[in-house]
Design a protein around this ligand. Structure first.
Ligand SMILES: Nc1ncnc2c1ncn2[C@@H]1O[C@H](COP(=O)(O)OP(=O)(O)OP(=O)(O)O)[C@@H](O)[C@H]1O
Length: 430
């Protein structure tokens, strides 16, 4: 018999608190590991998402109470359901619906896309879940294909609510915090309007990007340069591939509208002819009002439904709307010699590399305050100024103001950019 233990061991077969027998690792995110498990009382398969217990690591706050608070409010057949929370001294475990079908993206064909009908099938389920959540005052804020899973019967399950995507992560975990998320970020997040953005409209935008990706096989807003990608998002500039039907194009234009006040909401998506195509009113009604879950009362442990953001580490959205560097409009509206990079490390490491790059380029390097460096040319002219602002544990924003001469441009591309944007740590670059 396997040893009963409160900790998740790497070996399958471990029994967690005498209740759940652990199987293999299903996946790993920035904040948690997710294991297959069997409920020893019922024989049912579940997923167990294990976080480090924040009380055991008070210097690494983890936003698990918030995620639990959100999940507790939601019972819908297209939202991964939280059944129970177990806590040990070192770990907190969420017992979740098992999404045995893996990621939605596993259903795309060799060209990376699905038929319009199949995309509609899953988009309906996604909008149904999002509409349900919005009606309960919950916004996901990180809708992207990696968070869209399938259950054993092939139904969509929205996962990973209220996460702090970079919570307490060290360099290794940050590698798993993909730079993919920014491609799904709504334009208002990129401007000063980000202070007051409506998160429901932000979710709708991300749903539009997901729909485009499913049916096209590529992102609507993309560019080798992230600055150009953000310019496209900011302008809401995208082109549909030739195979998109006129109705799908029309829907996408409404959903991927750069002005959130003119953007479709969940109800207007549901009323759109492309969304309703081929479904009777009865089917639509069933889909939209299906609710979910059985009525079993579960024993909940801990985790108050705290809607307060206090103490929560930032998600990619929060980082992008960070004050006061949030007004990125100047970048997208052309001009400007500033670069901003979000990196998964503290200031000292970045500044050390900047200093080394400056010296390698034959420049004079002066420290400016605790978190700044000035790189000067022979005549004392400033080639670049680099300052690092701490956003959260192990997350900093690096701002580089360059001289607009050719010398400074060369220094940036050849030495400074590689020094600032070490691939394993760069979260995103705007
Ligand atoms: N209920 C589930 N059933 C099956 N697999 C799951 C389930 N929940 C998560 N997974 C798998 O585990 C991976 C990590 O889970 P999740 O995204 O929830 O973790 P996280 O730490 O919150 O992630 P993030 O890096 O986005 O913050 C998922 O990509 C998925 O492959």
């Amino acid at each position: 018999m396997p040893p009963a233990t409160g900790a998740v061991a790497s070996a399958a077969g471990t029994v967690l608190l005498g209740r759940y027998e652990l199987g293999g690792l299903l996946g790993r995110g920035a904040s948690a590991k997710v294991y297959l498990a069997r409920d020893l009382r019922t024989g049912r398969s579940v997923a167990i998402k294990s976080f480090p217990n924040p009380r055991a690591a008070s210097d690494r706050p983890v936003a698990i109470e918030r995620e639990a608070g959100i999940l507790r409010r939601l019972r819908h057949r297209h939202v991964v359901r939280l059944h129970e929370i177990l806590a040990t001294r070192t770990k907190v475990h969420f017992v979740l619906d098992l999404a045995a079908g893996g990621e939605l993206l596993s259903l795309v064909d060799a060209s990376g896309r699905m038929t319009e009908d199949l995309a509609r099938h899953y988009f309906r389920q996604l909008v149904c879940a999002v509409r349900y959540c919005h009606a309960r005052g919950v916004c996901h804020r990180d809708i992207k294909p990696e968070n869209l899973l399938l259950d054993g019967a092939g139904a969509l399950k929205v996962a990973d609510f209220g996460l702090g995507a970079v919570a307490g992560a060290g360099g290794d975990l940050l590698r798993h915090t993909t730079c993919g998320t920014p491609a799904y970020v709504a334009p208002e997040i990129l401007s000063r309007k980000g202070y007051e953005y409506d998160p429901a409209k932000v979710d709708i935008w991300s749903c539009g990007v997901v729909l485009f990706v499913l049916a096209a096989g590529y992102l609507p807003f993309n560019d080798a340069s992230l600055v150009n990608m953000y310019r496209k998002i900011y302008a809401g500039r995208f082109r549909c591939p030739a195979w998109f039907s006129p109705a799908l194009r029309d829907l996408l234009r409404r959903v991927l509208h750069p002005d959130p006040s003119a953007r479709a909401d969940a109800d207007s998506i549901v009323a759109h002819p492309w969304f309703r195509h081929g479904a009777s009113d009865e089917e639509m009604g069933r889909l939209m009002h299906g609710g979910g879950g059985d009525e079993d009362e579960e024993a909940w442990v801990g985790a108050a439904a705290d809607e307060d953001d206090a103490g929560r580490e930032p998600t990619a959205f929060d980082i992008l709307s960070f004050s006061p560097g949030c007004d990125l409009s100047a970048l997208f509206l052309g001009g400007g010699c500033k670069e901003r990079v979000f990196v998964g490390e503290a200031a000292a490491g970045v500044l050390g590399r900047v200093e080394a790059a400056g010296r390698k380029g034959g420049y004079r390097v002066r420290k400016e305050g605790k978190r700044g460096v000035r790189v000067e040319g022979e005549e004392g002219g400033v080639v670049a100024k680099v300052s690092v602002v701490r956003l959260a544990d192990a997350v900093s924003v690096v701002e580089v103001v360059k001289d607009d001469g050719a010398d400074a441009a060369l220094f940036w591309t050849e030495l400074l950019e590689p020094a600032v944007c070490v691939p394993a740590t760069a979260l995103c670059h705007v």
